[in-house]
Write a protein of this length. Structure first.
Length: 296
């Protein structure tokens, strides 16, 4: 198992280097097409990793990995709204955004590893923690459900750090200090989202290896996904309804686990079904809105 951990960290380092020196070389930003291709490549790589888990471990762990990956990848899109608002308010160009997101991804790997270790340890030692995590997920689902579509998720520590960034950027301070504050804002944002997403993954699997690898594969695609959909984020303003449904489902799964066992395969099917339903409804609403505008 130690070899698996070492091999995974080597692969993650290689992927980060490829992202940095191959896709993002020079001053010119990667095209939207390249960002989509890199995002798709990472998704296919995650599917290949799940297949490898199936062959070398078990189908159960492979399905748990895919379920955790889909949950984290879906929830990470909500992260992108905060990043977009932050970068727009600071007037960061594409090169600065790439640098901030790179450091943010590396910090997220360490942060999520620590949270997963703490979460699995607590769940193994104290049975009541499961109900605490279920309540956290239920509250997160309600918060997303009643959040106005245009509301900025940047509150609390993130909003305070964003204000500091603006003061530094508008003054004559060193650019490095501003950059560090922006990275701190990104990390604070990821921490706030991880407090919801980590319990969601632990509702699917208690295996630290599966929970960590599914999280990291989702985080690795976050940077390229941002540049792929940055111009389309306004079309996903109602995504929080789908995310609230996903969090509500995994909260229910964790709260009733002692009495009713919901398999990982059923969980994966439910989550994919919620996302598919959101995609269909979003397309229907878009067509209806276009028809109304045309008639008016």
């Amino acid at each position: 198992m130690v070899n698996h951990w070492l091999g995974f960290f080597v692969a993650v380092a290689a992927l980060l280097l490829m992202d940095l020196f191959v896709l993002q070389r020079g001053r010119r930003p990667a095209s939207v097409c390249a960002a989509w291709l890199w995002t798709a490549f990472l998704a296919l790589l995650a599917c290949g990793f799940a297949l490898w888990i199936w062959k070398t471990d078990s189908r159960q762990h492979a399905v748990e990995f895919l379920t955790g990956y889909v949950i984290e990848f879906s929830l990470s899109i909500d992260n992108l709204f905060v990043f977009l608002l932050l970068f727009r308010s600071l007037h960061l160009d594409a090169r600065q955004q790439r640098r901030v997101l790179l450091w943010g991804v590396m910090g997220a790997i360490v942060l999520r590893g620590a949270l997963i270790l703490a979460g699995t340890t607590l769940l193994a030692r104290f049975a009541w923690v499961e109900f605490v995590f279920g309540a956290i997920l239920a509250l997160a689902a309600l918060r997303l459900l009643f959040r106005p579509p245009a509301a900025s998720p940047a509150r609390g520590p993130t909003a305070w750090i964003q204000g500091c960034c603006l003061r530094y950027a508008s003054g004559t301070r060193m650019a490095l200090a501003s950059l560090l504050l922006v990275v701190a804002a990104v990390e604070a944002t990821d921490l706030l989202f991880a407090l919801d997403s980590i319990p969601a993954v632990l509702a699917v699997t208690r295996d630290p290896w599966i929970a960590f690898t599914s999280n990291i594969f989702a985080v690795l695609g976050l940077r390229s996904l941002y540049f792929a959909v940055a111009g389309l984020l306004d079309r996903f303003r109602r995504l929080h309804y789908a995310l609230a449904s996903i969090l509500g489902f995994v909260a229910l799964k964790m709260l009733v686990a002692h009495w009713i066992e919901i398999s990982a395969l059923v969980s994966l099917a439910m989550i994919l079904g919620i996302l598919a339903l959101f995609a269909v409804l979003r397309k229907s609403f878009s067509r209806a809105a276009s028809s109304s505008e045309h008639l008016s």
